[in-house]
Design a protein around this ligand. Structure first.
Ligand SMILES: [Fe+2]
Length: 254
């Protein structure tokens, strides 16, 4: 009887909606594709402004764009990214959007990335953080070497959306724990918490939050319609949990 009562109480607690109304406690979104015409994200300056106005309305104070950098498709030089950053900053002023804006990159771990790492030519976020993503299809076998090279070069590695790599799902978190033991920071995608990338990614992202493995969250936003997903995500209890966690480092990027 008592257990039944406890279960009922637990169920109600689980079903209570999150108290979040916006992203003002997150402060900074640093993984998104709002720079216009440079990757598979924003197609025009007009779209970029709509995106930034939406970020402002959701309570964010700073947006750092992270266009793709990959040998196979998006060879975006630092100069090109920084030039576009200046153009967006001018438009932000003209449009009276109250947001701080910066740009870095989302580096795909390939030969272009390795070259840039050798030359210490990577665009960084905050205190020397570098955002890097892996293949979605095949498990890379050189992550250990890359982590080591990053560390001796003074970079701090943020692994983009670790919950989205299916080849890491079936080892009871051993690979993820190995990353954490080596000092890798994790950034999960907000959309994962509402199932945008499937049930496994949702489960993995939530478990990472429960196990205190997540230091960063971001939108990975590509298009204007995806803002609905960000509004839906405000109902997530796990989002509420991570945004009130002391471990979260988004605020250090202001
Ligand atoms: Fe991305």
């Amino acid at each position: 009887m008592f257990n039944k009562f406890l279960n009922l109480f637990k169920k109600e607690e689980e079903e209570r909606p999150s108290a979040l109304t916006d992203y003002s406690t997150m402060l900074v979104d640093f993984h998104n594709h709002v720079l216009p015409g440079i990757d598979d994200g924003s197609k025009s300056m007009e779209d970029s402004m709509t995106m930034l106005r939406n970020f402002e309305a959701l309570g964010l104070k700073k947006v750092i764009a992270s266009p793709h950098s990959m040998a196979d498709g998006y060879i975006n030089s630092n100069e090109k990214i920084l030039q576009l950053r200046e153009e967006v900053r001018l438009e932000i002023k003209k449009n009276n959007i109250n947001l701080e804006f910066d740009a870095a990159a989302e580096y795909y771990m390939d030969e272009l990335f390795m070259e840039k790492l050798e030359r210490k030519d990577l665009l960084t976020i905050g205190n020397n953080y570098v955002l890097m993503e892996l293949s979605y299809l095949s498990k890379p076998n050189n992550t250990g070497e890359v982590i080591y090279k990053m560390q001796i070069s003074g970079y701090r590695l943020i692994l983009a959306h670790p919950e989205r790599y299916p080849y890491y799902y079936e080892d009871s978190f051993a690979n993820y724990k190995n990353f954490k033991d080596r000092g890798v920071f994790f950034q999960i995608n907000l959309g994962s918490l509402v199932g945008k990338y499937g049930a496994q990614a949702k489960y993995t992202a939530e478990k990472m939050i429960d196990e205190n493995m997540v230091e960063f969250v971001s939108s990975d936003l590509h298009t204007v319609p995806q803002f609905q997903m960000l509004r839906d995500c405000l109902k997530s209890k796990h989002l509420e949990k991570i945004l009130s966690s002391d471990i979260l480092r988004n605020k250090t990027l202001v």
